[in-house]
Design a protein around this ligand. Structure first.
Ligand code: URA
Length: 235
């Protein structure tokens, strides 16, 4: 790929902007030698304003989504892209979230520009477990776990029953719910269906991958090892 297109696709600017950056001598090799738009150089040997390029296409990251951010590019309020370098919003192929978390849900969110990987993660066939920590408005009654695990639970407006889900009760107002599917507002709707209300919701795990010590609002790139951890036994 031509350098102008490659750098523009990483979100550094339009092709016109990047062409201007070449003319201004802002694109160099690691020794500071100015590069020209028709040079043939390896990706790792390109610097913009003396800094290495952002990761090439095929980028996957995890974000610790805080409450109050929407998984959208267009919402007028706070969006997850506000937590990433501004260039990431302008990349091509575009970086999208793997599924969504509600504005009021915090926790582990994956983002990728790799469509095949995205489908592999969200595909019902993958049956990747997603663990949600819920804080509830009412005490649990003790009957929820059996219903959630039954494989016959129906939510209003849905035409097929929910796949079995595992509920681990920590105390009467706190429980972890493990899902292998991702229906709209599923956790909140499941607790609403049993007369409860989710006051706070946090996703702590997808497959074998957790947030570890990643603080709210922070992100990190995933490598091949992380993806193996993600798919675990499903790899
Ligand atoms: N279930 C919900 O209700 N909300 C989320 O954000 C994720 C799962």
């Amino acid at each position: 790929m031509k350098l102008v297109k490659l750098i523009a696709n990483l979100g550094y600017g339009s092709r016109k902007d990047v062409a201007a950056m070449f003319r201004e001598g802002r694109i160099t090799d690691p020794q500071g030698e100015v590069l020209y738009a028709d040079d043939k150089v390896p990706f790792d040997a390109i610097r913009v304003d003396e800094k290495p390029l952002d990761p090439p296409a095929g980028m996957t990251l995890m974000l610790h989504k805080p409450v109050g951010y929407t998984c959208s590019t267009k919402d007028p309020g706070r969006v997850i892209y506000d937590l990433l370098p501004p260039r990431f919003r302008a990349r091509s192929p575009s970086l999208s979230s793997v599924g969504r978390l509600d504005r009021d849900t915090s926790g582990l969110l994956l983002m990728t520009d790799d469509g095949a990987l995205l489908h592999r993660i969200v595909s019902p066939k993958a049956k990747l477990a997603k663990v949600y920590e819920a804080t509830l408005a009412q005490d649990l009654t003790g009957s929820e776990a059996a219903l959630f695990a039954s494989g016959t639970m129906m939510l209003e407006t849905e035409t097929t029953p929910l796949a079995p889900a595992a509920l681990e009760v920590h105390d009467p107002r706190h429980a972890a719910l493990t899902l292998t599917e991702g229906r709209y507002h599923q956790v909140r709707r499941m607790f609403a269906a049993v007369g409860n209300h989710v006051e706070a919701l946090h996703r702590s795990r997808i497959g074998g991958l957790g947030l570890a010590d990643l603080a709210a609002g922070k992100w990190r790139l995933l490598d091949a090892g992380d993806l193996e951890t993600l798919f675990g036994a499903n790899a």
